[in-house]
Design a protein around this ligand. Structure first.
Ligand SMILES: Nc1ncnc2c1ncn2[C@@H]1O[C@H](COP(=O)(O)OP(=O)(O)OP(=O)(O)O)[C@@H](O)[C@H]1O
Length: 226
């Protein structure tokens, strides 16, 4: 598993403190992050692959300071955004998945085999030559997953990956996420998604207010938002 450490991390946007002196060590396989809108969840996970840099403290991934080794860290950390449109970069489904492999500089036949395997795993093989931007929302989220996972990151972060999906597609994406062997960090408001995770972190106003097994952490959070 990965080893993600937040050491005295604080961050603010303008005058607004968004994260306040966070210390966390994340080594479990599946970790959920919950909290009210604006509590700092997205900012917290974006620090892990350098999408946001902390203004105080540091974030280490497998011992590497993200601020100093952003490129290496990004190779190990796959990030799935809420809105898959933000991460589709190529015209067709196959090209988009293949694009993720370009920096690995694999021999063409190996790369093609990996792309085919990823398309099949996410049920996208029949759509391989379709225009990516014309897929449905659920299909786009599966494409985003395929494009991230084809590069075999050791850590996968998903920021509200099912928010835009209907019930059926949300279930499909949830099942794929649940089947990953990688370390997985999921930010979500869909609390049932986290029930069999190892650990749930509850954020409030830029602080960690609970950090526990899903049972007690979610109970506390449900009581807080009731
Ligand atoms: N790039 C930015 N510039 C300015 N303010 C920002 C930026 N990103 C986030 N914020 C602010 O930081 C605070 C925390 O945002 P963040 O997205 O981390 O919260 P969140 O817990 O993920 O919220 P949500 O559940 O609504 O997605 C919010 O007040 C937000 O408006």
């Amino acid at each position: 598993m990965g080893d993600i450490r937040f050491e005295g991390v604080s961050h603010h946007f303008g005058d607004d403190a968004v994260l306040r002196d966070i210390d966390l060590t994340l080594t479990e396989q599946r970790i959920g992050v919950v909290g009210a809108n604006g509590s700092g969840k997205s900012t917290l996970v974006r620090l892990v692959n350098g999408l946001v840099s902390p203004q105080a403290g540091r974030v280490l991934v497998d011992g590497q300071d993200v601020a100093k080794h952003a490129r290496e860290v990004r190779r190990r950390v796959g990030f799935i955004f809420t809105n898959p449109d933000t991460q589709i970069v190529m015209p067709t489904v196959r090209e988009d998945v293949a694009f993720s492999l370009r920096r690995l500089k694999l021999p063409a036949t190996d790369a093609a085999a990996r792309v085919d395997a990823a398309l099949e795993r996410f049920g996208l093989d029949a759509l391989a030559d379709r225009a990516a931007h014309k897929l449905s929302g659920g299909q786009k989220q599966l494409l985003a997953l395929a494009a991230v996972l084809v590069a075999e990151p050791s850590i996968v972060i998903a920021d509200e990956p099912t928010t835009l999906l209907d019930g059926r597609n949300a279930r499909i994406v949830t099942e794929y996420l649940g089947s990953l062997h990688q370390q997985l960090i999921v930010v979500t408001h869909q609390l049932e998604l986290l029930e069999d995770f190892e650990r749930v972190i509850v954020m409030e106003d830029g602080r960690v207010v609970a950090d526990d097994a899903p049972g007690p952490a979610l109970e506390l959070y449900r009581a807080a938002i009731r």
